[in-house]
Design a binder for this molecule. Structure first.
Ligand SMILES: [Zn+2]
Length: 139
Protein backbone atom coordinates (compact mmCIF):
# COMPACT_ATOMS: atom_id res chain seq x y z
CA UNK A 1 0.00 0.00 0.00
CA UNK A 2 1.33 3.38 -0.95
CA UNK A 3 1.03 6.24 1.46
CA UNK A 4 0.00 9.59 0.11
CA UNK A 5 2.61 12.27 0.72
CA UNK A 6 1.86 14.54 3.66
CA UNK A 7 0.39 17.83 2.63
CA UNK A 8 2.53 20.63 3.95
CA UNK A 9 0.28 23.25 5.48
CA UNK A 10 1.20 26.78 4.62
CA UNK A 11 -0.60 28.92 7.14
CA UNK A 12 1.31 32.02 6.11
CA UNK A 13 -0.16 31.83 2.60
CA UNK A 14 -3.58 31.40 4.10
CA UNK A 15 -3.09 34.53 6.25
CA UNK A 16 -1.91 36.57 3.27
CA UNK A 17 -5.08 35.46 1.52
CA UNK A 18 -7.31 36.32 4.46
CA UNK A 19 -5.79 39.79 4.74
CA UNK A 20 -6.11 40.48 1.01
CA UNK A 21 -9.73 39.38 0.99
CA UNK A 22 -10.38 41.67 3.95
CA UNK A 23 -8.82 44.52 1.98
CA UNK A 24 -5.73 44.76 4.16
CA UNK A 25 -2.08 44.76 3.13
CA UNK A 26 -0.22 41.67 4.41
CA UNK A 27 2.45 43.41 6.48
CA UNK A 28 4.97 41.46 8.53
CA UNK A 29 3.41 42.52 11.83
CA UNK A 30 -0.11 41.64 10.74
CA UNK A 31 1.00 38.20 9.56
CA UNK A 32 2.89 37.64 12.77
CA UNK A 33 -0.15 38.45 14.88
CA UNK A 34 -2.44 36.35 12.70
CA UNK A 35 -0.19 33.40 13.40
CA UNK A 36 -0.66 33.93 17.15
CA UNK A 37 -4.41 34.45 16.75
CA UNK A 38 -5.46 31.78 14.28
CA UNK A 39 -3.06 28.88 14.82
CA UNK A 40 -5.07 27.53 17.74
CA UNK A 41 -8.46 27.29 16.05
CA UNK A 42 -11.56 28.97 17.47
CA UNK A 43 -10.71 31.09 20.46
CA UNK A 44 -11.48 34.21 22.44
CA UNK A 45 -8.85 36.59 23.70
CA UNK A 46 -8.30 40.10 24.98
CA UNK A 47 -5.59 42.39 23.63
CA UNK A 48 -3.73 41.96 26.94
CA UNK A 49 -3.81 38.17 26.66
CA UNK A 50 -2.54 38.24 23.10
CA UNK A 51 0.17 40.71 24.08
CA UNK A 52 1.27 38.36 26.88
CA UNK A 53 1.50 35.48 24.37
CA UNK A 54 3.56 37.58 21.97
CA UNK A 55 5.92 38.59 24.77
CA UNK A 56 6.18 35.04 26.12
CA UNK A 57 7.22 33.94 22.64
CA UNK A 58 10.06 36.44 22.68
CA UNK A 59 8.55 38.49 19.91
CA UNK A 60 9.04 42.20 20.42
CA UNK A 61 5.95 44.20 19.64
CA UNK A 62 4.45 47.20 21.42
CA UNK A 63 1.14 46.79 23.24
CA UNK A 64 -0.23 49.69 21.17
CA UNK A 65 0.66 47.83 17.98
CA UNK A 66 -1.12 44.69 19.15
CA UNK A 67 -4.12 46.80 20.20
CA UNK A 68 -4.31 48.69 16.90
CA UNK A 69 -3.75 45.63 14.72
CA UNK A 70 -6.34 43.49 16.50
CA UNK A 71 -8.92 46.27 16.35
CA UNK A 72 -8.14 46.79 12.70
CA UNK A 73 -8.70 43.04 12.11
CA UNK A 74 -12.07 43.36 13.80
CA UNK A 75 -12.96 46.46 11.77
CA UNK A 76 -12.19 44.53 8.59
CA UNK A 77 -14.27 41.53 9.59
CA UNK A 78 -11.45 39.11 10.41
CA UNK A 79 -12.50 38.91 14.06
CA UNK A 80 -15.67 39.45 16.04
CA UNK A 81 -15.61 41.91 18.92
CA UNK A 82 -17.37 41.01 22.15
CA UNK A 83 -17.86 43.71 24.75
CA UNK A 84 -19.06 42.60 28.14
CA UNK A 85 -18.87 46.04 29.70
CA UNK A 86 -17.02 49.27 29.01
CA UNK A 87 -13.75 47.90 30.30
CA UNK A 88 -13.52 44.43 28.85
CA UNK A 89 -13.46 43.56 25.18
CA UNK A 90 -12.80 40.11 23.82
CA UNK A 91 -12.05 39.14 20.25
CA UNK A 92 -13.43 35.98 18.72
CA UNK A 93 -12.00 34.04 15.77
CA UNK A 94 -15.33 32.24 15.40
CA UNK A 95 -17.45 34.63 13.36
CA UNK A 96 -20.48 32.38 13.08
CA UNK A 97 -23.63 33.43 14.90
CA UNK A 98 -23.36 32.04 18.42
CA UNK A 99 -23.84 32.83 22.09
CA UNK A 100 -21.37 32.94 24.96
CA UNK A 101 -21.19 31.97 28.55
CA UNK A 102 -18.86 34.16 30.55
CA UNK A 103 -17.11 32.35 33.38
CA UNK A 104 -16.54 34.91 36.12
CA UNK A 105 -13.89 32.93 37.98
CA UNK A 106 -11.54 32.43 35.06
CA UNK A 107 -12.67 35.35 32.86
CA UNK A 108 -13.25 32.88 30.07
CA UNK A 109 -15.84 32.90 27.31
CA UNK A 110 -17.40 29.62 26.24
CA UNK A 111 -19.13 29.24 22.88
CA UNK A 112 -22.74 28.12 22.82
CA UNK A 113 -23.97 27.32 19.30
CA UNK A 114 -27.00 29.30 18.21
CA UNK A 115 -30.18 27.36 18.82
CA UNK A 116 -28.38 24.99 21.16
CA UNK A 117 -29.38 26.55 24.44
CA UNK A 118 -31.18 23.74 26.15
CA UNK A 119 -31.75 22.75 29.71
CA UNK A 120 -28.88 20.26 29.51
CA UNK A 121 -26.42 23.12 29.20
CA UNK A 122 -27.70 24.55 32.44
CA UNK A 123 -27.38 21.18 34.13
CA UNK A 124 -23.85 20.44 32.97
CA UNK A 125 -22.19 23.80 33.39
CA UNK A 126 -22.99 24.49 37.05
CA UNK A 127 -20.57 21.69 37.90
CA UNK A 128 -17.78 23.54 36.15
CA UNK A 129 -18.56 27.19 36.66
CA UNK A 130 -19.98 29.13 39.56
CA UNK A 131 -21.20 32.22 37.80
CA UNK A 132 -21.89 33.11 34.28
CA UNK A 133 -23.48 35.81 32.30
CA UNK A 134 -25.16 34.91 29.10
CA UNK A 135 -24.36 37.38 26.41
CA UNK A 136 -25.23 37.41 22.79
CA UNK A 137 -23.07 38.55 19.93
CA UNK A 138 -25.91 40.67 18.74
CA UNK A 139 -26.03 42.58 22.06
ZN1 LIG B 1 -17.26 32.79 20.57
Amino acid sequence: MELAPLQEEQPKEQYVDMLRRAGMRPTKQRLMLMDFIFQKGDRHFTVEELYAEVRADGTSMALATVYNTVNSFANHGLLSRISLDDQRTWFDTNKSDHHHFFVEGTHELIDIPKGDIKLSVFLVFPMVVNWWVWISLSA
